[in-house]
Design a protein around this ligand. Structure first.
Ligand SMILES: C[S+](C)CC[C@H](N)C(=O)O
Ligand SMILES: N[C@@H](CCS)C(=O)O
Ligand SMILES: [Zn+2]
Length: 328
């Protein structure tokens, strides 16, 4: 078995060993902020790659201890143009991108080396998914929740935006690529074409946000979006991240009808991001108990990777992990 098939087998194996549903980590930026990191910045969580890499590793370890089987790297809003605009050279920017993968791999290996020696160890070796935030995340104007990129953003522009970061992240050796908060069909198409053009040999997941619980944020149907993704053998899983948790049950059912790929869901707490004021607004939320209650429903509806996104914490992941493990 070579390349992409080997990577997919690794993911299938992780899911099987976890009892049919593996746990993704929780809000990465949220946990950085709980430790005092100040990330109100165009680079958002990626600012810590520059300012406090030790904290990044610490947060990865906290999610592993909480039961995460997949770690998502700190590269969501880490981009070469973003680093260049801060005075870094291209080479330095590429090193920062690589560092995001290195920190997660080091945390995973440290945790796994300790666990595998423990008698009765029931842990799986976690996988590292390199985060690729949408173009809207880079714009830092909240457009990952609207999908409105304007008429001048073509598929070629989106591919150009994503290409070098993707190459550098793949070179750094993660197990998976995690495209996050994709808000429209055009960007989904760009990601799929890029994976093919770059002949990427590790599996990806592509996750959409949603603001109405039925469609991509752009208003385009998931049927249209998934028709594009279904044609790609580079994409192992598809799903939803950073959407309100009360949308998830019906979206899993919808996705089940639209794809044969693994379904991945990691909703946020339900708070709404105000992209202009750059803060979370209160709204209908799930607490950890509700995540615990709904995690088994999401699994029973067909999700095979479940976690949390913004405003969830290691205690959310502990609750999800506990219930999925005890119930499998
Ligand atoms: C997932 S959102 C809360 C990340 C931050 C956003 N892209 C911004 O920079 O405003
Ligand atoms: N994984 C990202 C959030 C995506 S919305 C982070 O917390 O950095
Ligand atoms: Zn999020």
């Amino acid at each position: 078995m070579v390349g992409i098939e080997r990577g997919k087998a690794l993911l299938d194996d992780l899911i099987e060993k976890a009892g049919g549903c593996a746990v993704v980590d929780g809000g990465f930026a949220t946990q950085l902020e709980r430790h005092g990191a100040s990330i109100n910045d165009p680079l958002w969580s990626a600012l810590c790659l520059i300012k406090d890499p030790d904290l990044i590793k610490r947060v990865h370890l906290e999610y592993l201890v909480a039961g995460a089987n997949v770690l998502i790297t700190s590269s969501y809003q880490a981009t070469l143009p973003g680093f260049l605009s801060r005075g870094f050279s291209t080479e330095e920017g590429e090193l920062l991108l690589k560092k995001s993968v290195k920190l997660a791999v080091e945390a995973r290996d440290k945790f796994w080396d300790a666990k595998r020696r423990t008698p009765g160890n029931s842990h799986n070796r976690a996988l590292v998914a390199a985060s690729i935030g949408s173009y809207g995340a880079y714009l830092a104007d909240g457009s990952e929740y609207s999908g409105c990129y304007g008429p001048h953003v073509s598929i070629d522009k989106l591919k150009d935006f994503h290409r070098r970061r993707l190459q550098v992240l793949v070179e750094a050796g993660p197990d998976l690529l995690a495209f996050e908060t994709i808000p429209n069909k055009l960007e989904a198409q760009a990601c799929v074409e890029l994976l093919e053009e770059e002949n990427v040999q590790i599996p990806s997941w592509i996750c959409f946000s949603s603001v109405d619980g039925e469609n991509a944020p752009s208003g385009e149907s998931f049927k249209e979006c998934l028709t594009i993704i279904n044609k790609s053998n580079k994409v192992a899983a598809v799903g939803i991240n950073c959407a309100p948790p009360h949308f998830i049950q019906s979206l899993i059912q919808k996705f089940k009808e639209l794809t044969g790929k693994i379904i991945v869901v990691y909703p946020n707490s339900g708070e709404i991001w105000d992209g202009i004021a750059k803060r979370w607004l209160p709204s209908k939320c799930f607490d950890d108990d509700k995540f615990e209650f709904f995690a088994t429903r999401w699994r029973d509806s067909g999700a095979k990777l479940i976690g949390g996104c913004c405003r969830t914490t290691p205690s959310t992941i502990r609750a999800i992990s506990r219930v999925l493990k005890n119930d499998s």
